[in-house]
Design a protein around this ligand. Sequence first.
Ligand code: ZN
Length: 252
Amino acid sequence: MKAEPAAHPEGPPGVLPPASLAAPVWVVAPHPDDESLGCGGLLAALSDLGVPTWALLLSDGAASHPGSPGWAGSRLVRRRLFEWHAALDLLGLPPERRVALGLPDGRLPLPGQPNGQRAVSAIRAALARAAPATVLLPWRRDPHPDHRAAHALMEQALGSWPSARRLEYAVWLPERGVADDRPRPGEALGWEVPLAGAAGRKEAAIRVHRSQLGLLIHDDPGGFVLPEEMIRRALVGPERLYEVLLAGGGSR
Ligand SMILES: [Zn+2]
């Protein structure tokens, strides 16, 4: 049974009980770390409940330190994949329920761009391993090009599973978002997932991404470092998810 949702995200959000999500659940990350930042607490709660949960990683993570001589190319890709798996270990997702596609970080295509349809097909093939009932995916206007492309690719791939419930998480919205990036009045239901007993595991899962925290790669002054403020915000909770309303009322 669904809990009572808020009328729109500007109003008081509804509380989303993890036990209410239909399984299988898929969490889709454009980059290694988005799963932990965006919905690590929910993933830990689902794992506690024994809800079958799968993880899909779209990009290879190769773009975070383009100026690093020591971590060029495949070494960084291997490290980031290792961190993604380590985070999922901490959050309780079993290894056999993880799929990493290795698409180009920083250059995730939109469905209509070159290689876009190839990416959609790869996503469909991954999801077919466990027909999704609930999908946790990036917010459609999360202000990062890969996150928006990830959303668009997922929307098209999910055409094969039209009844799958879509719950969208935002990673960059509070950090970089402008007014138009946020949900518009009436566009989406706003849901909150309290971190409750999962806060410690969420923090551990975020902090295992050491390559993104400035703790591992020291030879690229321009390399990416997750803002500490963003981590703090992710750990204060609750996690927020948006469920976009269909034209004519109702949600997926
Ligand atoms: Zn990301």
